[in-house]
Design a protein around this ligand. Structure first.
Ligand code: GAL
Ligand code: MN
Length: 342
């Protein structure tokens, strides 16, 4: 009798242990960000100690808009970030106490590894300075990654080996899938936010926590003055990236997008599924993942938009009067020379 009782007790303890381990596992793999206020869009808490007198410099005046030359808010009330619309010092002080970690993915495949050093060097000067940044460099050539670069405090770099793709379009097509998998496997446990950057880019000015939000995208520097019917969206109905002529908000460039880890996970998962459906239908969207990104952001409105200051193109030069500060821009490259195929 006693033996039977002991047997039951042992079974109970074992069952309890299994349930406990399972709960622990579910918790650790859950995709909600670990700690930190990634939902600050709705509820940015201002710690009284955070705002020093020094930061309370300029009063916001309702009748004195800071920018009258450009749109600073979307019809769905998401801010569009331009120079002059925020005070960098106020933003920095507000975010300092949160100890946020920003995962940052960069794809450097084939000859594109040549852009890495300049990108990382400029990111160390301008990108999320003062926050924890984890760079994830996806490459087929790990030996080309400048791992000896000195990174600032709280910043580190991890190399992720990926297969060599034959066509540059393939790199663009696989990027969503690789980011999705990386988020599921490790990023979700380590970061609050994630930004995905093109490698053939350079930071010239501040890109800081003013760019953080649940779902963030940057407005392409070549199309922001044209009617949407002229945006280079995918226009063939057979593609999952199809957007009709009279729809869409802005044309976003895929060179930088990001947000809270959970939101970017949803974005990459959907785009990946759509890219695969297109592939089985034998269709490739006109601008590959960028077309799918634009479709996703048409259906799921970004909570914060970055003005073209955040994704400039050196080919456009310096003349645009609405651009007070170029922060991040595509470097001029010989496409025929760096791409593996036309
Ligand atoms: C180009 C850019 C491409 C793509 C295209 C869309 O300026 O280099 O990456 O965004 O615009 O038309
Ligand atoms: Mn590029």
């Amino acid at each position: 009798m006693l033996q039977k009782y002991q047997h039951c007790l042992v079974s109970l303890i074992m069952a309890g242990g299994v349930v406990f381990c399972w709960l622990g596992y579910m918790y650790s793999t859950s995709l909600s960000p670990n700690e930190g206020p990634s939902k600050y869009d709705e509820e940015l808490t201002w710690h009284p100690v955070v705002l020093s007198d020094r930061s309370q410099r300029k009063q916001a005046m309702l009748m004195e808009p800071v920018r009258t030359d450009v749109l600073t808010v979307t019809p769905w009330l998401a801010p569009i970030v331009w120079e002059g619309t925020f005070d960098p010092q106020v933003i920095d002080e507000a975010f300092r106490s949160y100890n946020l970690t920003i995962a940052t993915t960069v794809f450097a495949v084939g000859k594109y590894t040549r852009f890495l050093h300049a990108l990382l060097e400029s990111a160390e000067k301008h990108f999320m300075v003062g926050l924890n940044v984890q760079y994830y460099v996806f490459t087929d050539l790990p030996s080309h990654v400048p791992i000896n670069m000195t990174l600032g405090v709280g910043r580190r770099l991890k190399v992720v080996k990926v297969p060599k793709f034959d066509r540059w379009q393939e790199i663009s097509l696989r990027r969503m899938e690789l980011i999705q998998t990386a988020i599921e496997e490790y990023i979700h446990q380590r970061a609050n936010y994630i930004f995905c950057l093109d490698v053939d880019m350079i930071f010239h000015g501040r890109v800081g926590p003013e760019a953080l939000g649940k779902l963030v995208a940057a407005i392409h520097p070549w199309f922001y003055w044209v009617p949407r019917s002229q945006y280079p969206y995918e226009r063939r109905t057979i593609s999952k990236a199809y957007i009709p002529q009279d729809h869409g908000d802005f044309y976003y460039q895929a060179n930088i997008f990001g947000g809270a880890v959970e939101d970017v996970h949803r974005l990459t998962k959907t785009c990946r599924e759509h890219l695969e459906m297109d592939k089985s239908a034998g269709v490739e969207a006109v601008w590959q993942e960028e077309s799918h990104l634009n479709w996703y952001l048409w259906k799921n409105k970004p909570t914060k938009l970055l003005s073209p200051e955040y994704v400039w193109d050196d080919l456009r030069g310096q003349g645009a009067k609405e651009i007070k500060l170029v922060r991040f821009s595509s470097v001029i490259k010989n496409k025929a020379e760096v791409r593996e195929n036309p």
